[in-house]
Design a protein around this ligand. Structure first.
Ligand code: HEM
Length: 427
């Protein structure tokens, strides 16, 4: 559907066929991003990959992300940090179990996600709650309708809306947070404490000066905002939805628990590692079905066309902003039987995967701009779910029945979280 939002031609894509046309066949034309006011302020111009226009700079920085943080080998190498955070979660749950208390799993998942990411940025990362608070504030402001993005000629009206000053205020706190993180890291490095994290790698690249692109302190901070901005809400909300769906589908939860309880952990700590659970098809199917029904980003990050093109017989002008509606594509009855039902078994024995080749299932997007954090996210989601399901049985509080669990969506545009916190009792 081609619309005009103010002065900007806008294409909304809600079918797998057109998504394939945009994200695969004509990907080079549609691989850029529109320049939004929020990005020019909070995201340090277009320095972070998520909002960089398609081109050489984007390619160089994405390579840095993959080589030093998000690539498969790197993700595997972060096992210690990941398992350290799993251990913290298990301790909290054990404590609640011992006291016969309920536990707020939404909060636990949120802290786990920011903790695993923070630790691999810098080993000494500890400000989980401040980071979460900042991410919330930025998310709330980010997609607030910004008049100027759609009516550039009416820029002067911002003095009434005040969007820019709101962004500037948040940006100052955001910037100070990342400045502290880098400064703390540098102080420890003076004491010869190596940590193998992303900030260390970036500082080394900066010192060696062998890159094809400039790497200033601003670039470093932009990359860190990219990681926390793109990686935290998306991952935590998947954990939250998956666990809620399992509470409503007890037979599937029991099946996974039986499979998990047959595995003997290889690590000395008694926790299951990613290696231990790599053959668990039911757990993977549950996560895929969660991502299909509740894609954390219901609308992919907007794209922009760099030249005029033809899509299914229509002319799409250069500079069109494209929104791919992942949510409705993932539930298209043309591809999915009973699309609104949680049925993980549909993925067992199926070749449909989320790597951007099956356009009826694109929770991570597709094409050149596909999410580079898939492996990172999946390792964290799988290992945490495996451990909390293996070590504990779970009940709803106050005699609540599974069908009474609120599965409504909280308001929000960037990521779609559950309406209510997930409070459960570990047994
Ligand atoms: C369940 C978890 C996640 C989901 C569902 C998800 C989903 C997405 C989607 C839909 C896009 C846009 C793709 C497109 O335009 O075609 C994206 C982009 C991106 N994601 Fe993720 N993401 C997740 C986790 C992560 C994590 C953990 C990180 C990093 C720590 C990350 C980093 C990024 C980056 C940097 C981009 C921008 C890529 C580009 O513009 O080239 N994501 N993600």
């Amino acid at each position: 559907m081609l619309l005009h939002f103010g002065q900007v031609p806008t294409l909304v894509v809600s079918s797998a066929d057109v998504a394939q046309e945009i994200m695969k066949k004509q990907d080079a034309i549609f691989a850029s991003r529109p320049s939004l006011k929020a990005n020019n302020i909070v995201a340090y111009g277009a320095k972070k990959v998520t909002f960089a226009p398609y081109g050489e700079y984007w390619k160089h920085v994405k390579k840095i992300y993959v080589a030093h943080l998000l690539g498969h080998a790197k993700v595997r190498s972060f096992e210690q940090a990941r398992m350290g955070e799993v251990e913290l979660v298990l301790e909290k749950v054990r404590h609640a179990q011992k006291m016969s208390n309920s536990i707020d799993l939404t909060e636990v998942f949120n802290l786990f996600t920011v903790g695993t990411l923070g630790r691999v940025l810098s080993k000494s990362f500890s400000k989980r709650r401040s980071a979460l608070e900042l991410i919330e504030q930025v998310a709330a402001l980010y997609y607030e309708f910004n008049f100027e993005d759609y009516f550039p000629a009416l820029r002067y009206l911002d003095r009434f809306f005040g969007v820019e000053s709101k962004f500037m205020n948040i940006f100052k706190r955001w910037d100070a947070f990342f400045e502290d993180m880098i400064t703390d890291h540098i102080k420890r490095a003076r004491n010869n404490e190596e940590d193998g994290g992303f900030i260390e790698a970036l500082l080394l690249l900066q010192a060696n000066n062998q890159l094809d692109t400039e790497l200033t302190r601003e670039h470093l901070k932009a990359f860190l905002t990219d990681m926390l901005g793109a990686g935290v809400h998306t991952t935590f909300t998947t954990l939250d939805w998956a666990m809620a769906e399992l509470m409503r589908n007890q037979e599937i939860m029991k099946l996974i628990q039986e499979q998990l309880r047959k595995i003997t952990p290889t690590g000395g700590s008694g926790m299951l590692t990613n290696e231990d659970i790599k053959e668990l098809t039911v757990l993977t199917a549950v996560i895929k079905e969660t991502l299909r029904l509740h894609p954390p980003g219901p609308v992919a990050v907007p794209r922009q066309s760099i030249e005029e093109s033809r899509i299914i017989g229509y002319t799409i002008p250069k500079g069109t902003t494209v929104f791919v509606n992942i949510w409705s594509i993932n539930r298209d009855p043309k591809y999915w039987e009973c699309p609104d039902e949680f049925r993980p078994e549909r993925f067992i024995g199926s070749t449909v995967d989320f790597w951007g080749n099956n356009f009826q299932f694109i929770p991570f997007g597709a094409g050149r701009r596909i999410c580079p954090g898939i492996q990172f996210a999946m390792y964290n989601i799988e290992v945490l779910l495996a451990n909390v399901l293996c070590k504990f049985d779970w009940e709803l509080p106050n005699g609540m029945k599974p069908e009474e669990l609120d599965m409504g969506y909280a308001p929000g545009l960037i990521t779609v979280t559950r309406n209510k916190r997930l409070i459960l009792v570990p047994k």
